[in-house]
Design a protein around this ligand. Structure first.
Ligand code: HPA
Ligand code: ZN
Length: 328
């Protein structure tokens, strides 16, 4: 008997995947937010997890960021950071993810009095557990671009004792008005420390920000990059240099970067030969983890099984640490 052809859902579920654009604080589900608030004796301005979810309606990136920073303020202790990362990494393993390069936002915690060591130790414990389960994990420290260059320098300096636990640095938060060039000197120092470099660019910001991320910061990957498609010379650069884009379909829909998944640019990215990958961004806020992102965008732009496998393979080509696992 010939084997029956697997449907798209099975292909998505079974293909090994690497996740390269996940903000661990964006995996804080409302139920855990309530648990943490109770544990830490903090009042939340909501009565239930469902009420929190109903508040998740965003007109743009900034409206999301306001709630994102409010939510993560429930994280106080090493145990809280462990619980957050452990829950996410268990979910990733269940979804067929074998490698994760995980963003975190230290300034959003140290800025409210949580010592860097508290979060580093909590995350590290969850990472060790994950590795024991067979999912490799590395950390990428993101600078908040709405803060100053000086604050980014201070953050990098505070992180030096933890260099052996860091794969790289990134750049996130409010993009418009905070071009990559603002952090040119910080990224130079990070490179000198041996860290890998990535940056969010072209989510809301113009193609010029993607050029700056490449030519001024010297990043090896662009997070999002949707608006790069507006500039043919930039598309040629991304294609010729095989610079990966970590694309986040459900995030793009929730933050109105796209109106409809049927018009999602991942279709054009693939057709143009760009190294596009599918990622989560902030799954607790945007309505789905990795397989849901694949399913919804596959439905939207009509991806074939072969295209899904290409996107999954791209996630390993684009990763800093992991070759694609061999499959029978
Ligand atoms: N963009 C910028 N900053 C972020 C995001 C994003 O999509 N998610 C969490 N921080
Ligand atoms: Zn992001």
């Amino acid at each position: 008997m010939p084997k029956s052809t697997p449907g798209l859902s099975e292909v998505i579920r079974d293909v090994p995947k690497a996740e390269l654009h996940i903000h661990v604080e964006g995996s804080l589900e409302p139920e855990m937010m309530f648990d943490l608030a109770r544990r830490n004796g903090v009042a939340l301005p909501y009565r239930s997890a469902d009420e929190v979810r109903r508040a998740y309606s965003f007109a743009n990136l900034q409206e999301f960021l306001d709630l994102y920073y409010q939510g993560m303020a429930m994280l106080r202790t090493e145990e809280d950071f462990f619980a957050l990362a452990d829950a996410y990494l268990r979910r990733a393993a269940a979804d067929g993810v074998v490698h994760v390069e995980m963003f975190f936002d230290p300034q959003a915690h140290t800025g409210r009095g949580v010592p860097l060591g508290t979060l580093m130790d909590g995350l590290e414990r969850a990472i060790v557990r994950s590795r024991e389960r067979g999912v490799s994990v590395s950390l990428i420290l993101c600078f908040l671009r709405h803060l100053t260059e000086r604050e980014a320098f201070e953050t990098l300096e505070h992180a030096e004792p933890y260099l052996d636990r860091l794969l790289g640095v990134g750049l996130d938060s409010s993009e418009m008005g905070n071009p990559p060039s603002k952090f040119a000197r910080v990224f130079d120092d990070a490179r000198d420390l041996g860290l890998r470099l990535v940056a969010h660019a072209g989510e809301e910001g113009p193609p010029e920000y993607v050029w700056e991320a490449l030519d001024i910061l010297g990043v090896e990957r662009i997070d999002h990059g949707n608006r790069a498609l507006e500039d043919d010379a930039l598309v040629a650069r991304l294609r010729d240099d095989r610079i990966p884009l970590t694309v986040c379909p459900l995030s793009n829909l929730a933050l109105r970067v796209v109106d409809d998944l049927a018009a999602h640019p991942i279709r054009r990215m693939l057709d143009l030969g760009l190294v596009a990958t599918v990622n989560l961004d902030d799954p607790a806020y945007f309505g789905g983890y990795i397989n849901e992102n694949f399913r919804r965008v596959a439905e939207g732009v009509d991806l074939s099984s072969a295209e899904i496998e290409t996107l999954a393979r791209n996630s390993f080509d684009a990763s800093f640490a992991a070759p694609a696992p061999l499959r029978p």
